[in-house]
Design a binder for this molecule. Structure first.
Ligand code: ADP
Length: 189
């Protein structure tokens, strides 16, 4: 299997680039944000529990997202590989993912980290909020809270994977195709 983490702060373009990458490489897209929003739309117990955290710009508890990812991975034994988008977001999630993959004699092959500065992120998210229907994108204080969560809890995930030299930084500003071109240069598949 080839397993890729597309890493970066909220608004760095992970969703957009993920769509293009899964098409090119035939990977299965696992976006915890999308999975959680589906749970909310279906009004499941998990969705109801997650919603209050998401509305405040806070991370959903690790057990919840790890459980979701475990069942998605187990449901796809024939997968050529996975593209993880918005996961792992804490070091505990990264360790759980490494263990899940190791049980299947697999590992994370590469972490591609999109680099975008904070003011650009805020303006992209506010812009997305005008059309996305996502309530967490319309309120600037919720957006800032998500960026703080990213800096305190998620940025250390890059350090975790840097220990095994898996992290490659990619400039996340430019046209969608330029950024896609830079990402694909690092994927040997
Ligand atoms: P963005 O990257 O734009 O913030 P996402 O769709 O990835 O958007 O996530 C939206 C929200 O869902 C996050 O702010 C968080 O509350 C929750 N969430 C998504 N993925 C995770 C995760 N792996 N761990 C904890 N919470 C998560």
């Amino acid at each position: 299997m080839f397993n890729l983490i597309l890493f970066g702060p909220p608004g760095s373009g992970k969703g957009t680039q993920s769509e293009k990458l899964i098409e090119k490489y035939g990977l299965i897209h696992l976006s915890t944000g999308n999975l959680l929003r589906e749970e909310i739309a279906n009004e499941t117990t998990l969705g109801l529990a997650a919603k209050s955290y998401m509305d405040q710009g806070q991370l959903v508890p690790d057990e919840v997202v790890i459980g979701m990812i475990r069942s998605m991975i187990n449901a796809k034994p024939e997968a050529k590989g996975f593209l993880f988008d918005g996961f792992p977001r804490t070091v505990a999630q990264a360790e759980a993912l490494d263990n899940l993959l190791a049980e299947k004699q697999n590992e994370i092959n590469i972490v591609l980290a999109l680099i975008v500065d904070e003011e650009e992120l805020v303006s992209r998210l506010l812009n997305r909020g005008k059309t996305s229907g996502r309530s967490d994108d319309t309120n600037e204080s919720v957006i800032r809270a998500r960026i703080v969560e990213y800096e305190t809890k998620t940025a250390p995930v890059a350090d975790h994977y840097a220990k095994s030299n898996k992290v490659v930084k990619v400039k996340g500003v430019g046209s969608i195709d330029e950024i896609f071109g830079s990402l694909t240069q690092h994927i040997k598949l």
